[in-house]
Design a protein around this ligand. Structure first.
Ligand code: GLN
Length: 580
């Protein structure tokens, strides 16, 4: 049953009556940052392993139309989909768990919903009516949720509502969810609420009160959760579960312990050990038999069977204070490490320390690889350029992503081609040698939201290059998010000095991959290789980078140098448990 505000125009998207999708709504309580995205993705994964057609959607109740203009330091990474959506980082989590490519329609925000409603009002489509949050905004939300489920003929759509229950912004979304349950019936809609049971360090006691309060808040707005997923440091014991169950008005078996585990990819197993699939199947009356861990067990095992050592990678960038700013890069590195049997220890290094004092570059000697991820703006850029140069000089494996590609060009132009004053025009508009400049089609762009070169583009890979050996194909497809690129006027001089451009797009109008063949591994890409890396199937450039780092660390260990710069790269320390 669709409200008047049905949103998606594409005929393909019109819901077919032949299949009725079911919904699992995931809400959050107590506080943000609990790993609600991982819980939502894990539930979806379990259902996918039951051979059901499943997908995930993220609701972000903020007013931005998309995540593109938000600061990654505060909000976390901006994840890019194939179709060029600049999305919340949870979309990346879903893609990695489900091994599926999602689209911008999988992420809805208040900004999108209100824009549609207001545009429709201006077109006169609500003529005579007073346009209100209920029913017009909630109809629009319901239409988007149902539209997505119908478009992909899903058995189940897991919809995660961002923020915490009680936030003003999320109220219309929760109301829309409540209505869907009322309209579609309890056998078609399930509510899972993710909360926190903190442990008081002093006494080691697990407290349930915050969970009780957040469930009360949810019930106050008309939603009785079916499943309570409780984040905690340690596994919840039955007495805690039954206490939460009593106050939350659910059976004890519907209280699920989501305790910390080494790898986020173990969370589906944690849930399944507590009977998650059976609970959901009974509630939603799902006719499906068979559950097969399939290749997911290999993923879990690869993370469990890591050797004792670890590969240390320095990630040099600007958004280093919040690890979530580069969550896909972190994941791509650890996916690659897991395949090779090693844990990757990533240290985020603020590039500004290399601006303050060149001697600080010496700390990079302690690493087996240097990675420069995407970034924007001047702050820290000179430090990054120095780090890119240092990697070349010391022959430390280097992987540059987007900004890391552009600044590797700047470093090489300055130090090897002797182009004094070489820079990207993003950082110095009047650079004497603008080796990186704005994309020609971007020159007249005024608005900042959604206007970069975004999404999947075809790239031709040159034969007999490192790039070709990595990708084993003359054609690859990668996701992009940039406004600047190599200035082709400088291509010749860079090549004459030994830089090889081994991948390009748009009929060689833009360079996409660079490498330095005389180095162990010096490789940089204009695209965001990290977005398409999956557990068990690491993106190829990341895999080769980590392989090179591993070889480099073994080599240095073999040299047995005792000096700081020759210290063993594989440390025999026991890593700390990772939280979900
Ligand atoms: N700031 C650079 C550009 O816009 C790089 C972008 C990025 O790293 N995502 O081209």
């Amino acid at each position: 049953m669709l409200g008047k505000g049905y949103a998606v125009d594409d005929p393909e998207t019109t819901p077919s009556s032949s299949k009725k999708s079911k919904y699992i709504f995931v809400t959050g309580g107590v506080m943000s940052g609990l790993g609600k995205g991982v819980v939502a993705a894990s539930i979806a994964k379990l259902l996918q392993l039951c051979n059901l057609k499943v997908s995930c959607m993220k609701i972000d109740p903020y007013l931005n139309v998309d995540a593109g203009t938000m600061n990654p330091l505060i909000h976390g990474e901006v994840f890019v989909t194939d179709d060029g959506g600049e999305c919340d980082m949870d979309i990346g989590t879903y893609e990695r768990f489900l091994d599926m490519n999602l689209t911008k329609e999988h992420n809805i925000t208040t900004g999108q919903v209100y824009s549609s409603v207001i545009e429709r009002e201006r077109r006169g489509e609500y003529l005579g009516q007073c346009v209100q949050i209920i029913p017009h905004v909630t109809d629009e939300i319901k239409a988007r949720i149902r539209g997505l489920a119908a478009k992909h003929a899903l058995d189940i759509l897991v919809v995660e509502c961002g923020g915490t229950v009680g936030d003003i912004e999320s109220l219309p979304f929760l109301e829309a969810m409540r209505q869907i349950r009322l309209e579609d019936g309890a056998e078609n809609v399930l509510f899972a609420h993710v909360t926190l049971a903190p442990m008081l360090d002093v006494v080691g006691e697990i407290k349930t009160k915050p969970t009780q309060h957040s469930v009360q808040e949810l019930r106050r707005i008309g939603i009785q959760p079916d499943i309570i997923a409780v984040r905690s440091k340690v596994m919840l014991d039955p007495s805690i579960k039954s206490k939460i169950a009593l106050f939350a008005n659910v059976s004890m078996h519907d209280v699920v312990s989501c305790h910390d585990v080494d790898s986020i990819y173990e969370v589906p197993e944690v849930l399944q050990r507590q009977g998650m699939v059976e609970r959901i199947k009974n509630r939603l009356r799902l006719n499906t038999d068979g559950f097969d861990w399939g290749s997911w067990m290999h993923v879990i095992d690869s993370y469990r069977r890591l050797k004792d050592g670890m590969i240390r990678i320095a990630m040099v960038g600007k958004y280093v204070k919040l690890a979530d700013s580069y969550v896909s890069v972190n994941q791509a590195l650890s996916n690659a490490g897991a395949i090779l049997g090693y844990r990757v220890k990533i240290d985020h290094i603020d590039a500004e320390i290399f601006e303050r004092d060149m001697n600080n570059l010496g700390i990079l000697d302690d690493y087996s690889g240097i990675l420069v991820p995407g970034g924007f703006g001047k702050r820290g850029s000179e430090g990054i350029i120095r780090a890119a140069d240092y990697a070349r000089l010391k022959d430390i494996p280097y992987l540059g992503i987007c900004f890391g590609f552009q600044l590797a060009i700047v470093a090489f132009a300055r130090s090897v081609c002797m182009l004094d004053g070489a820079n990207s025009t993003e950082l110095d508009e009047d650079a004497k040698h603008p080796v990186v400049h704005i994309l020609p089609e971007q020159r007249d762009v005024v608005n900042l939201g959604g206007t970069m070169r975004l999404g999947l583009h075809e790239i031709e890979v040159k034969g007999d290059t490192l790039a070709y050996r990595i990708y084993k194909s003359g054609k690859i497809y990668k996701r992009h998010r940039h406004r600047y690129e190599l200035n082709l006027e400088y291509k010749d001089i860079l090549e004459r000095h030994g830089m090889v451009f081994s991948g390009w797009s748009d009929g060689a109008r833009r360079m996409e991959i660079l490498e330095l063949p005389d180095k162990r591994f010096y490789f940089a890409v204009q695209y965001h290789a990290e977005f398409t890396s999956r557990p068990g199937k690491p993106e190829e450039a990341f895999l080769e980078f980590i392989r090179a780092a591993l070889e480099y660390s073994t080599l240095k260990r073999g040299e047995g140098g005792a000096s700081r710069s020759q210290s063993p790269r594989i440390q025999r320390t026991r890593p700390k448990a990772r939280k979900i």
